[in-house]
Design a protein around this ligand. Structure first.
Ligand SMILES: *Cc1c(COP(=O)(O)O)cnc(C)c1O
Length: 411
């Protein structure tokens, strides 16, 4: 099979670049992958997808890998879209869904972007990969590089969640801790480039992670019967997922696969401990200033500066949504509430979305009958530091106060 990719396009000024060679940024900014969508529409109909396996490769014609042999896969994609009546009731929403990415390989949606980036890097002859990460991207790169038989180097802040540190090493990456933030790790990857000749898979610094993440939008449309919800809440760090989803909706519309032309409002959700996009949105600016003293327990949101800031802000504004922050102190309580009410393994990043939904409900800006989708981007089990609370211990001998057992607190 070949791909329907025609070229790459610089997001900042529209410059065309060839897709059959390695590309990074243009004028310091990211690239879009463009397809011959008319040819895709002739080649496949949305109904033909029905018989395909339930993973993201079902959208093969809308993905950039040329030769099937280069596909590096761990069975990623087609995550469940779960109705959440209990959480919905708590929030006063009749139609609340969680798109549950906690079930993807390595326990986060980072698998989508990295399977695509690693597949394309392999296709273009790269042998050595490097990534700066706030946590989950490091584990995902390590796993896909292992699967592809490529060398991986992972750089993460010293206070990255323990599970992220361990999984990157476990999956065979050379893994390093750095005194600093993800932006400092990114600087290290740039510095090492000349000496070690690795290819930099940083968020948005190569064009294909967006293509992997856009499948979250393709799946959502397909799961809802080729229509879109009223509002999407997305925990935003580097913004690849949000940018990718908006691109997916554009492509679906051009293919004529959507039932109608209504688009969801996009809400980019951050923590007030690291809210550069929220700040730029509030000021009406197209680019975001670096956020000083960035701190949040939602490590995926600890991105003080995003190279695709204008792409996030453009998508949010075009959608009629907003960029909003949740109080940092509210994240763990929302995480615990969602886990306990729905049994979904909900990460603190997604908890920021729930806190923002609650804000909008309280302000009367989100009517009870609106159909709302929250992306749960990762599994809570990766955040043992946040999960653990001391448990009551029961004695083996002597009497037990069974009433106290029944009355023990749940979260
Ligand atoms: C990386 C990450 C995010 C942020 O994702 P972007 O698409 O880069 O904005 C959110 N949640 C989790 C769990 C992550 O690992």
């Amino acid at each position: 099979m070949s791909s329907y990719v025609t070229h790459l396009e610089a997001a900042i000024d529209g410059t065309r670049l060839p897709a059959d060679e390695l590309q990074t940024l243009h004028a310091g900014r990211p690239l879009w992958v463009r397809y011959d969508l008319e040819a895709v529409a002739r080649a496949v109909s949305r109904d033909q997808l029905n018989g395909r396996p339930p993973n993201l490769w079902r959208y093969r014609e809308l993905l950039p890998v040329v030769d099937d042999e280069n596909i590096v896969s761990l069975g990623e994609g087609m995550s469940p879209l779960l109705p959440c009546p209990a959480l919905g009731k708590f929030l006063g929403l009749e139609r609340l869904w969680i798109k549950d990415e906690s079930q993807l390989p390595t326990g986060s949606f980072k698998a989508r972007g990295l399977c695509m980036a690693v597949s394309r890097a392999k296709e273009l002859g790269v042998e050595r990969l490097a990534i700066p990460t706030a946590g989950n991207a490091g584990g995902a790169l390590a796993a896909y590089a292992a699967r592809a038989g490529l060398e991986a180097y992972v750089f993460m802040p010293k206070d990255t969640p323990r599970v992220n540190q361990a999984e990157a090493r476990l999956f065979g990456a050379r893994t390093f801790l750095v005194e600093g933030l993800i932006t400092d790790c990114a600087a290290l990857v740039r510095r090492g480039q000349e000496a070690l000749g690795w290819f930099d898979l940083s968020t948005l610094k190569e064009p294909y992670r967006i293509e992997g993440k856009k499948t979250m939008g393709l799946e959502l449309a397909e799961q809802l019967g080729w229509r879109l919800p009223d509002a999407i809440f997305y925990p935003t760090g580097g913004g690849t997922g949000l940018i990718g989803m908006w691109k997916a909706f554009d492509e679906l519309e051009q293919l004529g696969w959507l039932e109608d032309s209504s688009r969801p409002e996009l809400y980019a959700c951050q923590s007030d401990g690291c809210a550069p996009i929220v700040q730029a949105f509030a000021r009406g600016e197209r680019h975001a200033d670096p956020f000083p003293n960035a701190h949040t327990c939602a490590s995926g949101l600890r991105v003080p500066q995003a190279v695709g800031d204008f792409m996030i802000l453009d998508a949010v504004r075009r959608s009629g949504g907003e960029a909003r922050s949740a109080p940092e102190a509210d994240l763990v309580p929302w995480m615990e509430r969602a886990c306990a009410l729905e049994g979904i393994s909900l990460c603190p990043e997604a908890a920021a979305c729930l806190a923002v939904v609650a804000q909008l409900r309280a302000e009367g800006k989100l009517a009870p009958d609106r159909e709302v989708v929250v992306y749960n981007t990762g599994a809570v089990q990766k955040y043992v530091e946040l999960m653990e609370k001391p448990l009551p211990t029961l004695p083996l001998e002597g009497s037990i106060d069974w009433e106290a057992v029944a009355g023990a607190p749940t979260t």
